[in-house]
Design a binder for this molecule. Structure first.
Ligand SMILES: [Zn+2]
Length: 393
Protein backbone atom coordinates (compact mmCIF):
# COMPACT_ATOMS: atom_id res chain seq x y z
CA UNK A 1 0.00 0.00 0.00
CA UNK A 2 1.12 3.53 -0.77
CA UNK A 3 -0.15 6.95 0.19
CA UNK A 4 -1.14 9.14 -2.74
CA UNK A 5 -2.93 12.35 -3.57
CA UNK A 6 -5.47 11.53 -6.21
CA UNK A 7 -7.50 13.68 -8.58
CA UNK A 8 -10.84 12.00 -9.16
CA UNK A 9 -13.21 12.88 -11.95
CA UNK A 10 -15.99 15.08 -10.79
CA UNK A 11 -17.24 17.27 -13.57
CA UNK A 12 -19.90 19.16 -11.59
CA UNK A 13 -17.32 20.04 -8.97
CA UNK A 14 -14.82 20.90 -11.66
CA UNK A 15 -17.24 23.27 -13.30
CA UNK A 16 -18.21 24.79 -9.95
CA UNK A 17 -14.56 25.37 -9.13
CA UNK A 18 -14.04 26.93 -12.53
CA UNK A 19 -16.93 29.31 -12.04
CA UNK A 20 -16.09 30.53 -8.56
CA UNK A 21 -12.34 29.94 -8.48
CA UNK A 22 -11.15 33.49 -8.97
CA UNK A 23 -13.28 34.82 -6.13
CA UNK A 24 -12.57 32.32 -3.40
CA UNK A 25 -9.26 32.24 -1.57
CA UNK A 26 -8.23 28.81 -0.32
CA UNK A 27 -10.35 27.12 -2.96
CA UNK A 28 -7.59 24.83 -4.13
CA UNK A 29 -7.42 23.15 -0.80
CA UNK A 30 -11.06 23.60 0.14
CA UNK A 31 -13.99 21.19 -0.06
CA UNK A 32 -14.41 21.72 -3.82
CA UNK A 33 -10.88 20.65 -4.74
CA UNK A 34 -11.07 17.46 -6.84
CA UNK A 35 -8.21 15.99 -4.81
CA UNK A 36 -8.10 13.47 -1.96
CA UNK A 37 -5.48 11.63 0.07
CA UNK A 38 -5.83 7.87 -0.41
CA UNK A 39 -4.10 4.68 0.67
CA UNK A 40 -4.03 2.32 -2.24
CA UNK A 41 -1.99 -0.24 -4.11
CA UNK A 42 0.97 1.07 -6.07
CA UNK A 43 0.42 1.43 -9.83
CA UNK A 44 0.29 -1.78 -11.87
CA UNK A 45 3.55 -2.60 -13.67
CA UNK A 46 2.80 -1.94 -17.37
CA UNK A 47 5.38 -4.43 -18.69
CA UNK A 48 8.87 -4.60 -20.14
CA UNK A 49 10.98 -1.49 -19.88
CA UNK A 50 9.10 -0.10 -16.89
CA UNK A 51 10.47 0.40 -13.40
CA UNK A 52 8.94 1.37 -10.09
CA UNK A 53 10.17 4.69 -8.73
CA UNK A 54 9.86 5.93 -5.17
CA UNK A 55 9.62 9.74 -5.31
CA UNK A 56 11.89 11.65 -2.92
CA UNK A 57 10.80 15.20 -3.71
CA UNK A 58 8.02 16.18 -6.06
CA UNK A 59 7.32 19.77 -7.06
CA UNK A 60 4.02 21.60 -7.32
CA UNK A 61 3.77 23.26 -10.74
CA UNK A 62 1.58 26.14 -11.86
CA UNK A 63 -0.11 23.75 -14.28
CA UNK A 64 -1.05 21.50 -11.33
CA UNK A 65 -2.65 24.45 -9.55
CA UNK A 66 -4.48 25.48 -12.72
CA UNK A 67 -5.79 21.92 -13.15
CA UNK A 68 -6.94 21.65 -9.55
CA UNK A 69 -8.71 24.98 -9.56
CA UNK A 70 -10.42 24.25 -12.90
CA UNK A 71 -8.57 27.00 -14.73
CA UNK A 72 -7.30 24.91 -17.58
CA UNK A 73 -9.16 24.66 -20.86
CA UNK A 74 -11.60 21.80 -21.36
CA UNK A 75 -9.35 21.04 -24.34
CA UNK A 76 -7.32 18.90 -21.94
CA UNK A 77 -10.11 16.57 -20.87
CA UNK A 78 -9.41 13.81 -23.46
CA UNK A 79 -5.67 14.03 -22.71
CA UNK A 80 -5.93 12.80 -19.11
CA UNK A 81 -7.34 9.68 -17.50
CA UNK A 82 -9.02 9.52 -14.10
CA UNK A 83 -8.28 9.07 -11.34
CA UNK A 84 -4.70 10.30 -11.61
CA UNK A 85 -1.97 11.17 -9.15
CA UNK A 86 -0.47 14.57 -9.99
CA UNK A 87 3.22 15.34 -9.82
CA UNK A 88 5.51 15.53 -12.85
CA UNK A 89 8.50 17.32 -11.29
CA UNK A 90 10.06 14.32 -9.64
CA UNK A 91 13.37 13.23 -8.20
CA UNK A 92 13.13 9.66 -6.95
CA UNK A 93 14.82 6.35 -6.49
CA UNK A 94 14.36 3.35 -8.78
CA UNK A 95 13.18 0.10 -7.22
CA UNK A 96 13.83 -2.07 -10.29
CA UNK A 97 16.72 -2.39 -12.68
CA UNK A 98 16.63 -0.81 -16.14
CA UNK A 99 19.34 -1.12 -18.83
CA UNK A 100 22.31 0.84 -17.50
CA UNK A 101 20.38 1.98 -14.43
CA UNK A 102 20.71 -0.30 -11.39
CA UNK A 103 17.91 -0.46 -8.84
CA UNK A 104 18.41 2.16 -6.15
CA UNK A 105 19.55 4.85 -8.60
CA UNK A 106 18.48 8.42 -8.06
CA UNK A 107 16.65 9.64 -11.15
CA UNK A 108 14.62 12.53 -12.53
CA UNK A 109 11.76 11.79 -14.90
CA UNK A 110 10.94 13.30 -18.27
CA UNK A 111 7.18 13.13 -17.77
CA UNK A 112 5.97 13.06 -21.40
CA UNK A 113 4.36 9.68 -22.16
CA UNK A 114 5.21 9.29 -25.84
CA UNK A 115 5.43 6.34 -28.22
CA UNK A 116 8.29 4.52 -26.44
CA UNK A 117 6.46 4.49 -23.12
CA UNK A 118 3.24 3.41 -24.83
CA UNK A 119 4.81 0.43 -26.58
CA UNK A 120 4.21 1.87 -30.05
CA UNK A 121 6.35 2.33 -33.12
CA UNK A 122 7.59 5.89 -32.95
CA UNK A 123 5.59 8.64 -34.57
CA UNK A 124 7.54 11.18 -36.63
CA UNK A 125 7.86 13.56 -33.67
CA UNK A 126 9.19 10.92 -31.27
CA UNK A 127 11.57 9.70 -33.97
CA UNK A 128 12.92 13.25 -34.27
CA UNK A 129 13.51 13.51 -30.50
CA UNK A 130 10.50 15.77 -30.03
CA UNK A 131 8.50 13.58 -27.72
CA UNK A 132 6.62 16.63 -26.48
CA UNK A 133 4.95 16.71 -29.91
CA UNK A 134 3.93 13.04 -29.84
CA UNK A 135 0.60 12.38 -31.57
CA UNK A 136 -0.09 9.14 -29.71
CA UNK A 137 -0.41 10.29 -26.12
CA UNK A 138 -3.89 8.76 -25.82
CA UNK A 139 -3.27 5.31 -27.31
CA UNK A 140 -1.08 2.23 -26.86
CA UNK A 141 -0.98 0.07 -23.74
CA UNK A 142 -1.42 3.00 -21.35
CA UNK A 143 -4.55 5.00 -20.60
CA UNK A 144 -4.64 8.49 -22.10
CA UNK A 145 -2.34 10.95 -20.38
CA UNK A 146 -0.06 13.56 -21.85
CA UNK A 147 2.39 13.12 -19.00
CA UNK A 148 3.19 11.19 -15.85
CA UNK A 149 1.04 13.06 -13.37
CA UNK A 150 -2.03 13.06 -15.67
CA UNK A 151 -2.32 9.34 -16.49
CA UNK A 152 -4.35 6.88 -14.40
CA UNK A 153 -1.89 4.01 -15.00
CA UNK A 154 1.50 5.46 -14.11
CA UNK A 155 0.90 7.11 -10.77
CA UNK A 156 2.55 10.45 -10.18
CA UNK A 157 5.02 12.26 -8.02
CA UNK A 158 2.57 13.16 -5.25
CA UNK A 159 2.66 9.63 -3.88
CA UNK A 160 4.89 6.98 -2.40
CA UNK A 161 5.35 5.17 -5.72
CA UNK A 162 4.97 5.57 -9.47
CA UNK A 163 6.01 3.60 -12.52
CA UNK A 164 8.16 5.12 -15.27
CA UNK A 165 9.38 3.84 -18.60
CA UNK A 166 13.14 3.52 -18.96
CA UNK A 167 13.02 6.10 -21.76
CA UNK A 168 11.79 8.66 -19.20
CA UNK A 169 14.65 8.18 -16.73
CA UNK A 170 17.67 10.41 -16.31
CA UNK A 171 20.21 9.46 -13.66
CA UNK A 172 21.08 12.24 -11.22
CA UNK A 173 24.78 12.73 -10.45
CA UNK A 174 25.62 11.99 -6.83
CA UNK A 175 26.74 15.54 -6.11
CA UNK A 176 23.39 17.05 -7.18
CA UNK A 177 21.23 17.28 -4.04
CA UNK A 178 17.50 16.39 -4.18
CA UNK A 179 16.63 20.05 -3.64
CA UNK A 180 18.25 20.94 -6.96
CA UNK A 181 17.37 17.74 -8.79
CA UNK A 182 13.66 18.40 -8.27
CA UNK A 183 14.15 21.55 -10.35
CA UNK A 184 15.54 19.66 -13.34
CA UNK A 185 12.15 19.09 -15.01
CA UNK A 186 11.04 22.75 -14.82
CA UNK A 187 14.55 23.75 -15.86
CA UNK A 188 14.37 21.44 -18.91
CA UNK A 189 11.08 23.15 -19.83
CA UNK A 190 12.71 26.56 -19.41
CA UNK A 191 15.59 25.50 -21.65
CA UNK A 192 13.03 24.44 -24.24
CA UNK A 193 11.26 27.80 -23.92
CA UNK A 194 14.56 29.64 -24.38
CA UNK A 195 15.29 27.58 -27.49
CA UNK A 196 11.80 28.21 -28.88
CA UNK A 197 12.46 31.93 -28.42
CA UNK A 198 14.95 31.60 -31.27
CA UNK A 199 16.92 34.71 -30.31
CA UNK A 200 19.79 35.72 -32.51
CA UNK A 201 22.86 37.70 -31.43
CA UNK A 202 22.00 40.42 -28.96
CA UNK A 203 18.25 40.04 -29.52
CA UNK A 204 15.99 41.57 -26.91
CA UNK A 205 13.54 39.53 -24.83
CA UNK A 206 10.74 40.20 -22.41
CA UNK A 207 9.75 37.50 -19.92
CA UNK A 208 6.27 38.14 -18.54
CA UNK A 209 6.04 36.52 -15.12
CA UNK A 210 8.62 35.67 -12.47
CA UNK A 211 7.30 32.46 -11.00
CA UNK A 212 9.55 29.42 -11.30
CA UNK A 213 8.95 29.13 -15.07
CA UNK A 214 9.71 32.79 -15.77
CA UNK A 215 12.78 32.89 -13.56
CA UNK A 216 14.25 29.67 -14.95
CA UNK A 217 13.52 30.94 -18.46
CA UNK A 218 15.46 34.13 -17.71
CA UNK A 219 18.33 31.95 -16.49
CA UNK A 220 18.21 29.74 -19.59
CA UNK A 221 18.08 32.78 -21.90
CA UNK A 222 21.16 34.22 -20.24
CA UNK A 223 23.15 30.98 -19.95
CA UNK A 224 22.27 29.25 -23.21
CA UNK A 225 21.28 31.84 -25.82
CA UNK A 226 22.90 34.96 -27.32
CA UNK A 227 20.13 37.15 -25.83
CA UNK A 228 21.03 40.79 -25.28
CA UNK A 229 18.70 42.88 -23.13
CA UNK A 230 16.38 40.66 -21.07
CA UNK A 231 13.53 42.33 -19.21
CA UNK A 232 11.59 40.34 -16.61
CA UNK A 233 8.17 41.35 -15.32
CA UNK A 234 7.98 40.58 -11.59
CA UNK A 235 5.27 41.39 -9.06
CA UNK A 236 7.14 40.71 -5.82
CA UNK A 237 10.47 41.60 -4.25
CA UNK A 238 11.92 38.12 -3.96
CA UNK A 239 11.05 37.40 -7.59
CA UNK A 240 12.79 40.59 -8.68
CA UNK A 241 15.88 39.71 -6.67
CA UNK A 242 16.10 36.24 -8.22
CA UNK A 243 15.44 37.58 -11.72
CA UNK A 244 18.46 39.85 -11.34
CA UNK A 245 20.56 37.03 -9.95
CA UNK A 246 19.61 34.88 -12.96
CA UNK A 247 20.78 37.52 -15.39
CA UNK A 248 17.86 39.85 -16.13
CA UNK A 249 19.07 43.21 -17.46
CA UNK A 250 15.97 44.93 -16.18
CA UNK A 251 13.16 43.97 -13.78
CA UNK A 252 9.87 45.84 -13.95
CA UNK A 253 6.47 45.68 -12.29
CA UNK A 254 3.43 44.69 -14.41
CA UNK A 255 2.16 48.28 -14.53
CA UNK A 256 5.47 49.59 -15.90
CA UNK A 257 6.13 47.08 -18.68
CA UNK A 258 5.09 49.14 -21.68
CA UNK A 259 6.99 52.15 -20.35
CA UNK A 260 10.16 50.14 -19.70
CA UNK A 261 10.13 48.32 -23.03
CA UNK A 262 9.37 51.55 -24.84
CA UNK A 263 12.47 53.03 -23.27
CA UNK A 264 14.82 50.08 -23.85
CA UNK A 265 13.72 49.56 -27.47
CA UNK A 266 12.89 53.15 -28.41
CA UNK A 267 9.37 52.17 -29.38
CA UNK A 268 6.28 54.32 -29.65
CA UNK A 269 3.71 53.77 -26.90
CA UNK A 270 0.00 54.04 -27.68
CA UNK A 271 -2.96 54.10 -25.32
CA UNK A 272 -6.15 52.49 -26.64
CA UNK A 273 -9.52 53.65 -25.33
CA UNK A 274 -9.66 50.55 -23.19
CA UNK A 275 -7.13 47.92 -22.17
CA UNK A 276 -3.36 47.85 -21.84
CA UNK A 277 -1.05 50.26 -23.62
CA UNK A 278 0.83 48.79 -26.56
CA UNK A 279 3.93 49.52 -28.58
CA UNK A 280 4.84 50.20 -32.17
CA UNK A 281 8.30 48.74 -31.96
CA UNK A 282 9.22 46.56 -29.00
CA UNK A 283 11.21 43.46 -28.11
CA UNK A 284 12.32 40.82 -30.58
CA UNK A 285 10.73 38.09 -28.48
CA UNK A 286 8.12 38.33 -25.73
CA UNK A 287 7.62 35.22 -23.61
CA UNK A 288 4.48 34.66 -21.60
CA UNK A 289 5.42 32.58 -18.55
CA UNK A 290 2.07 32.88 -16.75
CA UNK A 291 -0.82 32.00 -19.06
CA UNK A 292 -3.31 34.56 -17.82
CA UNK A 293 -5.27 36.77 -20.16
CA UNK A 294 -3.36 39.82 -18.88
CA UNK A 295 0.08 38.25 -19.22
CA UNK A 296 -0.52 37.04 -22.78
CA UNK A 297 -1.94 40.45 -23.60
CA UNK A 298 1.26 42.07 -22.31
CA UNK A 299 3.43 39.76 -24.41
CA UNK A 300 1.39 40.39 -27.57
CA UNK A 301 1.44 44.15 -27.06
CA UNK A 302 5.18 44.54 -26.45
CA UNK A 303 6.67 42.40 -29.23
CA UNK A 304 7.89 44.31 -32.27
CA UNK A 305 6.23 43.90 -35.67
CA UNK A 306 7.44 40.64 -37.19
CA UNK A 307 8.66 39.56 -33.77
CA UNK A 308 7.84 36.44 -31.84
CA UNK A 309 5.56 35.69 -28.91
CA UNK A 310 6.23 32.46 -27.04
CA UNK A 311 3.34 30.98 -25.07
CA UNK A 312 4.94 29.11 -22.20
CA UNK A 313 2.14 29.12 -19.65
CA UNK A 314 -1.08 27.13 -19.88
CA UNK A 315 -3.14 29.78 -21.71
CA UNK A 316 -6.23 31.35 -20.22
CA UNK A 317 -9.42 32.25 -22.08
CA UNK A 318 -10.37 35.39 -23.92
CA UNK A 319 -7.10 36.76 -25.27
CA UNK A 320 -7.25 39.69 -27.71
CA UNK A 321 -5.28 38.44 -30.72
CA UNK A 322 -5.37 41.74 -32.60
CA UNK A 323 -1.61 42.40 -32.25
CA UNK A 324 -0.76 38.95 -33.67
CA UNK A 325 -2.60 39.93 -36.86
CA UNK A 326 -1.71 43.62 -37.03
CA UNK A 327 1.96 43.23 -36.11
CA UNK A 328 2.41 39.97 -38.05
CA UNK A 329 3.72 38.21 -34.95
CA UNK A 330 4.95 34.66 -34.94
CA UNK A 331 3.05 33.01 -32.11
CA UNK A 332 5.07 30.05 -30.86
CA UNK A 333 4.08 27.42 -28.33
CA UNK A 334 6.54 25.91 -25.88
CA UNK A 335 5.28 22.74 -24.20
CA UNK A 336 7.37 20.44 -21.97
CA UNK A 337 10.85 19.80 -23.40
CA UNK A 338 12.59 18.07 -26.27
CA UNK A 339 15.96 16.89 -27.51
CA UNK A 340 18.75 17.02 -24.96
CA UNK A 341 17.04 19.57 -22.68
CA UNK A 342 17.14 17.19 -19.68
CA UNK A 343 20.88 16.58 -20.02
CA UNK A 344 21.53 20.30 -20.30
CA UNK A 345 19.20 20.93 -17.34
CA UNK A 346 21.06 18.46 -15.12
CA UNK A 347 24.30 20.27 -15.87
CA UNK A 348 22.77 23.72 -15.36
CA UNK A 349 21.06 22.63 -12.12
CA UNK A 350 24.51 21.84 -10.70
CA UNK A 351 26.06 25.18 -11.65
CA UNK A 352 23.36 27.84 -11.44
CA UNK A 353 22.60 29.85 -8.28
CA UNK A 354 19.38 27.93 -7.53
CA UNK A 355 19.72 27.61 -3.78
CA UNK A 356 16.81 29.88 -2.87
CA UNK A 357 14.37 28.51 -5.37
CA UNK A 358 12.90 25.54 -3.53
CA UNK A 359 11.35 27.24 -0.54
CA UNK A 360 9.72 24.47 1.40
CA UNK A 361 8.71 20.80 1.18
CA UNK A 362 5.62 19.38 2.89
CA UNK A 363 4.66 15.82 3.74
CA UNK A 364 1.69 14.57 1.70
CA UNK A 365 -0.77 14.70 4.58
CA UNK A 366 -0.28 18.47 4.78
CA UNK A 367 -1.37 18.84 1.15
CA UNK A 368 -3.94 21.56 1.85
CA UNK A 369 -1.25 23.75 3.39
CA UNK A 370 1.19 22.89 0.61
CA UNK A 371 -1.22 23.87 -2.17
CA UNK A 372 -2.24 27.09 -0.46
CA UNK A 373 1.43 27.93 0.02
CA UNK A 374 2.23 27.20 -3.63
CA UNK A 375 -0.74 29.28 -4.72
CA UNK A 376 0.51 32.25 -2.70
CA UNK A 377 4.16 31.47 -3.37
CA UNK A 378 4.95 34.67 -5.27
CA UNK A 379 3.63 36.91 -2.55
CA UNK A 380 5.28 34.83 0.20
CA UNK A 381 8.63 34.77 -1.60
CA UNK A 382 8.51 30.99 -2.12
CA UNK A 383 9.22 30.22 -5.75
CA UNK A 384 8.80 26.48 -5.58
CA UNK A 385 6.90 24.31 -3.11
CA UNK A 386 7.34 20.54 -3.15
CA UNK A 387 6.16 17.41 -1.41
CA UNK A 388 8.77 15.56 0.63
CA UNK A 389 8.25 11.79 0.32
CA UNK A 390 11.57 10.80 1.88
CA UNK A 391 10.07 9.93 5.21
CA UNK A 392 6.82 8.53 3.87
CA UNK A 393 6.09 4.80 3.68
ZN1 LIG B 1 5.10 9.65 -30.55
Amino acid sequence: MITALEVYRSLPRYVAARAIGPRLPGLLAGPLAPLRLVHRDGPRHPGDGWVRVRPRLSGICGSDLATLSGHTSLYFTPLVSMPFVPGHEVVGETLDEAPGIPAGSRVVIDPVLGCDARGLDRCAACEAGQRNRCDRITVGHLSPGLQTGYCADTGGGWSGQLVAHQSQLHVVPEELPDERAVLVEPLACAIHIARRAGLTDGGSALVVGAGAVGLLTALALRELTPAGHVTVVAKYGKQAELARRFGASDVVSPSDVAKAVRRSTRALRLEPERGQAYLLGGVDVAIDAVGSRASIDTALRTAKAGGRVVLAGVPGDGVDMTPAWFRELDVTGAYASAGDAFDVAIKLAAEAPLDDLLGVAYPLDRWREALDHAHDGGRLGTLKVAFDLRRAS
